[in-house]
Design a protein around this ligand. Structure first.
Ligand code: ZN
Ligand code: ZN
Length: 304
């Protein structure tokens, strides 16, 4: 095993793998504290914590985290997700990873304040801010996000699996706190179910193309134009065909009926545009026809 690290050895988590790309894995965690839906996101590159990751890696991790949130909702695990990292403190695996638990951990802030009263606590808007602080401090930290912001607690004297223990207590499942001793059969059935339920939402290549399209669309504030070939392009010219990406949306709708509006809302697609796309796809799936209809509807909807 490379570096003796289980996250560097895919064979050791292959059964639990839900999504992978060039740089990241998303797996169902061992030790499902909730009844399924508990995920880990980690980079393929061996690195000890988020503070040591590179800026583009963190930006991608942030995006994947948003994707995972929407997939958890689409997969029926609810719309509330709590996130944390044992930044070198309390890690049992010495390889950066974010925990995503589909549950509200309401009094987590109070609990951290009580447990580490004299420690430096900070608020950050993005993972890259935490990296920036870490690069200055070079100290261990605990990271969690109760809302839209991230919180960090620096140099806490926390035991291993600290957040897991607290989460298991808050969710009244103390027997699931330690992933190493949790009932193996129960755990296996929960993570197998998680993989089965969520994989389809991650794996379809067109879904992923669409994902990328929307991400870029959102970040370019819906500023679109038509190219000479008649393709719709965002103003910053991202270099792919959004019509195909929109088709992925339609395809996805046909694969997983009912998820599309939830998803449209999640990623901030204007409602009238989402409805136009759905309306255009109400016939049974026919790619050529759908492309034509979507093109017309999309263009008239956004007034191009
Ligand atoms: Zn590793
Ligand atoms: Zn951990």
């Amino acid at each position: 095993m490379k570096n003796d690290c289980v996250f560097c050895e895919q064979a050791l988590f292959e059964d639990r793998l839900i999504f992978e790309n060039e740089r990241f894995n998303i797996v169902a965690s061992l030790g499902q504290i909730t009844d399924g839906g508990y995920l880990l996101i980690f980079p393929k590159r061996h690195v000890s914590c988020i503070g040591e990751m590179k800026v583009p890696e963190l930006e991608e991790m942030e995006r994947l985290k948003d994707v995972a949130f929407s997939r958890l909702a689409a997969g029926g695990y609810g719309e509330s997700v709590s996130l944390f990292e044992h930044g070198i403190v309390g890690q049992t695996i010495n390889h950066a990873h974010l925990h995503l638990i589909p549950a509200v951990l309401g009094s987590l802030d109070d609990r951290l304040m009580d447990d580490f009263p004299g420690n430096l606590m900070m608020l950050s808007g993005a993972l890259t801010d935490i990296r920036e602080k870490y690069q200055v401090f070079k100290k261990p930290y605990l990271l969690w996000n109760p809302e839209k912001v991230y919180r960090t607690c620096w140099e806490p004297n926390a035991p291993k699996q600290y957040f897991r223990t607290v989460a298991a207590q808050l969710l009244k499942r103390p027997e699931r706190a330690d992933w190493k001793v949790m009932d193996r059969d129960i755990d296996r059935s929960l993570w197998e179910d998680t993989v089965a339920r969520l994989s389809p939402y991650f794996s379809h290549p067109m879904v992923r193309a669409y994902e990328e399209f929307l991400y870029n669309l959102r970040n370019s504030r819906y500023s679109w134009k038509i190219t000479e070939e008649g393709h719709l392009r965002t103003a910053d010219n991202l270099g792919y065909d959004p019509i195909m990406a929109v088709c992925a949306f339609v395809k996805w709708k046909h694969c997983y009926p009912g998820a599309e509006m939830l998803y449209a809302r999640e990623i901030g697609l204007p409602e009238e545009l989402a409805i136009a796309i759905i309306k255009a796809s109400d016939n049974s799936w026919n790619k050529e026809k759908a492309i034509q209809e979507i093109r017309e509807d999309l263009f008239s909807t956004v007034g191009l």
